[in-house]
Design a binder for this molecule. Sequence first.
Ligand code: UD1
Ligand code: UDP
Length: 349
Amino acid sequence: MPKVVSVVGNRPQYVKAAPLALALAGRADVVGVDTGQHYDPELSQIFYDELGIAPPAHRLAVGSGSHAEMTARILERIGPVLEAEAPDWCVVYGDTNSTLAAALAAAKLGIPIAHVEAGLRSFDRSMPEEVNRVVADRVSDLLLCPSAEAVANLAAEGITAGVEQVGDVMADAARLFGPIAERSGALADLGLEPGGYALCTVHREANTRQPALGRLVDALSALDVDVVLPLHPRTRAALDREGLALGGRVRVVEPVGYLAFTALLRGARLLLTDSGGAQKEAWFHAVPCVTLRDRTEWVETVARGGNVLVGDDAAAIGTAVEVPPRPAAWPPLYGDGHAAERIAALLTA
Ligand code: UD1
Ligand code: UDP
């Protein structure tokens, strides 16, 4: 059996890795590496528990730090692991510092790299994720694209070898785990009625700095709808640092696991978010999305009328919440929910 090292370390990466682990079961020797970039249980362990991911063989425990510190620590610690494991593939997911560092380390060791969610671009190099994606794609051997747009982005950069449009593993996760999300009891736990609230997430670097943070606090606090906000620890720390507090009809709760988040999303009137993954999940579950950014990698959701980009502009946020973007239909934009099986076939060919 081929040996596949699967590198995770952030909340969205657990969601992406889970369907692939299922698809590879019995077909490959999957060795999990967790960088430890996320370490609070509600951003990490809860996903192992809920999504049935096997405990990692290697925990790098890098923790938080500057981009340079985190990337350097992962590079230093993952190198010996990759060397000892000598896998047939190193699989990396998405666009985080864990993705970048693992890809770089594998590239230097001559280990073939498969990048899940290749080809995404915001065309905004001030986003740390954009740099991570561009570099990871450059050094990858197998570029696993969720959409035709992603394939086109790579072609525009001259990357065509090893490019495969497989669909989106997050659509797989929604298909596999969405049906059991209702059992989480998340709405009842929070005393919520379906359709009676907006769900919100905020954690993007640019939105946790001033002046964007203050603008978002004012805009969200002024909304005429109940807002449930499972708060990312980065944003909580930023609010404390700046002496800001959310008010009005915003209810701040701790970050929740995938099942509760999916249940909250499915029950929401709309989603307000700067998350990458949650924008897509809103589409999967036919929930209007108001994106608190000026650009998105998931351009199809905007083009099809299910997502609107409002940045941190209070008037635009208010208007979008009053009249949420709602297309006539929500056709599948990111594959059929079987992307992981295609990826597994490519990795075990
Ligand atoms: C990271 C990714 C981002 C992804 C997000 C998913 C990078 C550059 N960013 O952003 O692309 O969308 O994960 O959620 O890789 N913290 C905690 N507990 C934790 C983890 C973080 O309190 O378990 C706090 C620390 O104060 C830390 C801050 O959050 O400094 C930021 O964490 P970091 O991993 O650098 O970035 P995220 O915003 O989580
Ligand atoms: N998510 C979650 N609990 C939360 C917020 C998000 O489980 O409180 C899930 C969400 O369903 C999606 C993923 O986390 O699968 C998105 O991660 P995040 O927004 O942190 O990162 P991004 O996608 O922006 O990189």
